[in-house]
Design a protein around this ligand. Structure first.
Ligand SMILES: [Zn+2]
Length: 67
């Protein structure tokens, strides 16, 4: 299953699969969703980010937090 990387409005990075993305309860438009952030467990506006625009460090950070 393919991973996507997301960033919540507080700047936390985490990964989720397209399947969970598809099942997200609230869709707010292209790549923008309301998700429960796995880092601070608050509901946040979340945007998908392009993995190519992140550093290795940021990618590692995101992979440690899986939704
Ligand atoms: Zn967060």
């Amino acid at each position: 299953m393919q991973d996507h990387i997301y960033r919540c409005s507080d700047g936390h990075l985490y990964t989720s699969t397209w399947l969970r993305d598809h099942c997200s309860p609230v869709h707010l438009g292209s790549g923008t969703h309301l998700h429960r952030c796995p880092i601070d467990h608050r509901w946040r506006i979340t945007r998908r980010v392009d993995a190519n625009q992140l550093s290795e460090e940021q990618l590692d950070d995101a992979r440690q937090h899986r939704l």
